[in-house]
Ligand binder design. Structure first.
Ligand SMILES: Cc1cc2nc3c(=O)[nH]c(=O)nc-3n(C[C@H](O)[C@H](O)[C@H](O)COP(=O)(O)OP(=O)(O)OC[C@H]3O[C@@H](n4cnc5c(N)ncnc54)[C@H](O)[C@@H]3O)c2cc1C
Length: 292
């Protein structure tokens, strides 16, 4: 019996893939709201200001997309991402990187560059469907550990508790708004400083903030105002804020997903950072390879 502690993106990917590989698996989850429950689910192959492709994104997404699709066709919403130019210097920077990012370019205009292979995962639905498959296939579910071989997928709360020795982290709190914009009709994901994701109907998710200092607090008025300022750089339409959430991204130094073994404790899968959707299925698979 393998015990997987934590059922966010990491734990769900580890538990399901272990089960599919024939292991008996018990999930332990304390029911607290992890970052997977607030994540916007954005998949952006070329995120950031410097037009750098995400680390081994083709390999990781080549594992992740079929995994999500195996759980249901409507979990991942494929959408073009319009990365708007900041200014002429930004555009020149893109021109210098054009060859490197060519696989993801759909179009380049005076407005910006349109990336392909982007979209968003409905993380809440993913967790629900993953749990249903896990239980339907005979998986056990408990609130507290019972022992045995343990794989800790405890996210930022595990990093902040120092569950494992010598794991330095710089986890970052983030806030996101969900807004309703009846008159906009934008169907692409927009990205510049921050992003806006159309999630259906007149609704959009907008974010996100980064705060490395105040990890313990939840949503803030300051965060809300910052996101509203971001939103106004994308549209002049009137909007209504319908939801405001906060969570903590589990970031280990060097910002890499990490698998670690500690004698007497077991395995750790953590450090998915701000790109858990891209990396969780791959790191789950690598964890299973280590076990066998
Ligand atoms: C505001 C924000 C926006 C984000 N947007 C995106 C995005 O657009 N795209 C993207 O890819 N990523 C995004 N992320 C990052 C993403 O959320 C993380 O990479 C990912 O969710 C981390 O998953 P995890 O399973 O490691 O941790 P978590 O989701 O935190 O899961 C850990 C689980 O373990 C449980 N747990 C912890 N300790 C114990 C214990 N002792 N016993 C039992 N259970 C325990 C917790 O309750 C929780 O359920 C965002 C994060 C934030 C905060």
């Amino acid at each position: 019996m393998v015990e997987v502690i934590g059922f966010g993106l990491a734990g769900a990917c580890v538990a399901l893939q272990l089960q599919r590989a024939g292991y008996d698996v018990r999930v332990i989850d304390d029911g607290c709201k992890g970052s997977s429950q607030v994540a916007a689910g954005l998949v952006n192959p070329v995120a950031g200001r410097n037009f750098e492709p995400s680390w081994e994104v083709e390999k990781a997404w080549g594992i992740a997309l079929p995994f999500y699709q195996s759980l249901g066709s409507s979990l991942f919403h494929s959408l073009p991402i319009l990365r708007l130019w900041f200014d002429d210097t930004d555009r020149s920077k893109f021109e210098r990187k054009r060859e490197l990012v060519r696989p993801w370019i759909a179009n380049v205009t005076d407005e910006g560059v349109l990336w392909k292979q982007g979209g968003w995962l409905d993380c809440l639905r993913f967790l629900k469907v993953a749990r249903e498959e896990f239980l339907a296939k005979g998986g056990e579910w408990r609130n507290t550990p019972e022992g045995g071989l343990q794989i800790w997928c405890a996210g930022a709360s595990g990093l902040m508790r120092n569950d494992f020795l010598d794991v330095e982290h710089r986890s970052a709190r983030g806030e996101i708004l969900t807004v309703r914009i009846p008159d906009w009709g934008e169907s692409r994901i927009l990205n510049r400083a921050g992003w806006v994701i159309p999630i259906g109907g007149d609704f959009y998710r907008v974010g996100a903030t980064y705060d490395w200092d105040q990890l313990e607090i939840g949503v803030t008025e300051k965060g809300k105002q910052k996101i509203e300022r971001m939103l106004k750089t994308f549209t002049k339409c009137d909007y209504e804020v319908v939801d405001h959430v906060a969570g903590i991204r589990p970031i280990i130094n060097r910002s890499m997903p990490t698998i670690k073994y500690q004698k007497g404790k077991g395995w750790m899968v953590n450090g998915l950072g701000s790109k858990g959707v891209i990396y969780a299925p791959r790191v789950g698979l690598e964890m299973i390879e280590r076990l066998s």
